[in-house]
Design a protein around this ligand. Structure first.
Ligand code: COA
Length: 196
């Protein structure tokens, strides 16, 4: 599952990533629109411990991966790809503040879609975004997801209810937008040496 893009490498988290994870988890500008994110150092450490345990599970349905710079290995954020069912996946991402505004999140979202459709073979990918998280909505739209619904009271966290927008892209729409990337349903795409 770990993969990459032209500028990024996605890999499993390791214990040494604690400082980076604590860094963005304690930055309120980063966690402001993330109801379920760890929001302090203790929660970030507990989250990392649970991620490390998750990696050894035999039947895995969630991949929360470290996002690193291909150039030097710096950990700049995290992303998640999870299976909600055998045919539907969900994606999410977070970047440390100093790495915003450089197109990394859009590149990352596109890579997650490619993993979901090509490696997991799902028919649809969802992402839910807290109302007001304009930057993330722009990322999803640039990556090819479309707005589908407003989910009121989507989650309760940090003492309040959060409304969220549901974005999604189907396998058919993704195939149309990315001709040549995806083999027809049921066929395996040959392994390649390119970025994903
Ligand atoms: C959501 C989040 C990852 C988006 O980050 P972002 O920097 O806005 O998105 P991108 O990395 O795709 O960068 C896009 C920007 O980079 C610019 N950019 C610079 N170089 C670029 C390049 N080579 N390619 C594409 N865009 C580039 C774009 O013009 C755009 O700038 P703008 O924001 O001024 O319009 C970030 O805001 C974040 O981590 N938020 C907190 C966590 C969160 O909310 N996660 C989502 C939960 S669903």
């Amino acid at each position: 599952m770990p993969a990459g893009t032209a500028r990024l490498v996605l890999r499993e988290f390791v214990a040494d990533d604690e400082a980076a994870l604590v860094g963005w988890s304690c930055d309120q500008r980063v966690t402001r629109h993330m109801p379920l994110a760890p929001c302090d150092a203790a929660a970030a450490r507990a989250h990392l411990a649970s991620l490390l345990r998750q990696q050894s599970q035999s039947s895995r349905s969630t991949w929360e991966l470290a996002v690193t710079l291909a150039a030097d290995g710096t950990v700049i954020g995290a992303c998640e790809l999870s299976l909600s069912s055998s045919s539907v996946a969900e994606i999410g991402y977070v970047l440390a503040r100093r790495y915003w505004g450089q197109g990394f999140a859009t590149e990352l979202a596109r890579a997650l879609l490619r993993l979901a459709f090509e490696e997991l073979g799902v028919g649809r990918v969802d992402s839910t975004v807290a109302v007001g998280n304009t930057r993330s909505m722009q990322v999803l739209e640039k990556a090819g997801l479309r707005w589908e619904a407003l989910r009121r009271r989507h989650a309760r966290a940090r003492g309040r209810w959060w409304d969220a927008h549901l974005y999604a892209v189907t396998r058919d729409d993704w195939r149309l937008a990315n001709p040549g990337l995806l083999a027809p349903d049921g066929a395996q795409r040959p392994s390649s040496t390119d970025d994903c």
